[in-house]
Design a protein around this ligand. Structure first.
Ligand code: H79
Length: 438
């Protein structure tokens, strides 16, 4: 009887059933709010998509058996020798860009591993380069105070135990798959990654294919949390929409892709957006302007989310000069205006085409995208008065408060046409005030 009771309690601890009968992650093992809030304080991360496919300049994973024949794609690692790769150079570029965390594609959908995994030969160790790329980056991040994160996709179109061998294109032979063995492979690799590199966050992907189930996802979440209860996990482990967090979601935060997430003061989210068009490097790929990059970062913070901005390094190991320069420009803007981004929360105004707002303590930051004839007219906040108003990049500006409206005005153009920050210092904290209707 006692034994049965114990088994019952254990079952309750390790499997929670939702209202619709789905397996859910038990609340007790979920990443704590304080860890998630710390993550949301970082606001700006660098995504790096890299692998042997850069030798062809086509998209990572997706071009296998499309633009690049499968056999050719799967042999590229034999030529992958990025002799100019210098982890510290990458991390210095990230640091100068004002980036707080870095996420590397340890394994993308093509199955190639950028670290010398003991569980497959399809790794960097068996390339002419041989050295551990994930390990070198982790070390450099530690040295320069950047949080190190790992992208690891679930689906694996190369692994013999994974039942689907490309994204639906023939030849397709799912009879040879063995998900039980494949899950063991994943667990072995994830244990290897967690114990070797101690990532701050794990970025899963490739969760949509049929062989992967909600039950497997909940089980894997628990497995990871036993290895490291503090590791942050994105919301692409389970089978729910990656833009949302729901009771069924397996993972800690939402991940809108190639779009700025919706304004949301309750659910944490991070938008992943490419600096060019492709995730992986492509010669002469179209690059976003400085204005686009800054407004993307500003509007993300103004929606209460993080930005994971993606770059694709070249096959020789270097980051393109123009991408590094663009990142440096972003960093220069952040050196002046970073107070409006890092550690802030969105609001108390909803973003529109003229401005976004963020807040921290007794400060409200207006991110202004247009000179707007030198003025902003906004509703006053009940119980709060302005003490001081100024551009972060320049001096004070005029303000007046009457008829429940605030009028801010300045002479000449805004300091930076891409995005200028106006600070309103208030007479008390604005962290908890409700949204102000415009
Ligand atoms: O790693 C990046 C993408 O490869 C991965 N997620 C980000 C972080 C991703 N996997 N699937 N998808 C994104 C959605 C599928 C998009 C596609 Fe396409 C549209 C696949 C084929 C058409 C975009 C354009 C990707 C390849 C070509």
């Amino acid at each position: 009887m006692f034994k049965r009771l114990c088994i019952g309690i254990l079952a309750l601890l390790f499997a929670t059933i939702g209202a619709k009968g789905q397996t859910l992650v038990p609340a007790a093992i979920k990443t704590t709010d304080s860890i998630i809030m710390d993550f949301m304080d970082q606001r700006f991360g660098l995504f790096i998509h890299w692998g042997p496919v850069t030798l062809r300049g086509t998209e990572i994973g997706w071009s296998r058996n499309h633009q690049v024949a499968q056999n050719d794609y799967d042999s590229l690692y034999k030529e992958f020798d990025p002799v100019l790769f210098n982890a510290e150079e990458w991390v210095k570029i990230a640091k100068a860009a004002g980036i707080k965390y870095l996420t590397i594609t340890a394994k993308h959908h093509d199955g190639f591993c950028l670290w010398p995994s003991a569980f497959t030969d399809y790794t960097i160790r068996h390339s002419p380069y041989k050295k551990d790329i994930v390990g070198q980056l982790q070390k450099a991040c530690k040295k320069y105070g950047i949080k190190f994160c790992i992208y690891y996709t679930i689906l694996d179109w190369h692994h013999p135990d994974y039942p689907s061998h490309n994204d639906g294109k023939k030849p397709q032979d799912s009879s040879k798959g063995d998900m039980k063995r494949f899950v063991l492979y994943m667990k072995n690799q994830l244990k290897e990654l967690i114990t070797s590199y101690h990532p701050y966050m794990l970025w899963f992907d490739g969760n949509w294919e049929a062989p992967w189930t909600q039950e497997m996802a909940v089980d894997l979440y628990g497995y990871i949390k036993k290895l490291d209860p503090a590791v942050i996990i994105n919301n692409r482990l389970g089978k729910t929409d990656h833009k949302l967090l729901t009771a069924e979601t397996v993972g800690d935060y939402a991940t809108p892709e190639q779009e700025i997430g919706r304004f949301n003061m309750t659910d944490p989210w991070e938008s992943c957006i490419t600096i060019c068009k492709q995730w992986a490097w492509k010669p002469n790929d179209q690059m976003k302007s400085f204005t686009e990059c800054i407004r993307t970062l500003s509007k993300t913070a103004g929606g209460n989310g993080n930005l994971l901005l993606n770059i694709g390094p070249m096959p020789d190991g270097r980051i393109e000069k123009r991408q590094a320069e663009r990142l440096k420009e972003v960093g220069n803007w952040l050196r002046v205006n970073g107070a409006a981004i890092y550690g802030t929360r969105a609001g108390p105004f909803k973003p529109d085409s003229i401005f976004s707002s963020t807040r921290k303590g007794n400060k409200i930051f207006f991110h202004v995208y247009s000179n707007n004839n030198g003025s902003l007219n906004i509703p006053a906040m009940p119980g709060r008065k302005i003490v001081k108003a100024y551009f972060l990049a320049r001096g004070n500006i005029s303000f007046s408060e009457n008829n429940n409206r605030i009028v801010l005005s300045w002479t000449g153009e805004i300091p930076d046409p891409a995005c200028s920050i106006i600070v309103l210092e208030m007479n008390a904290s604005v962290d908890a005030i409700p949204l102000v209707n415009q």
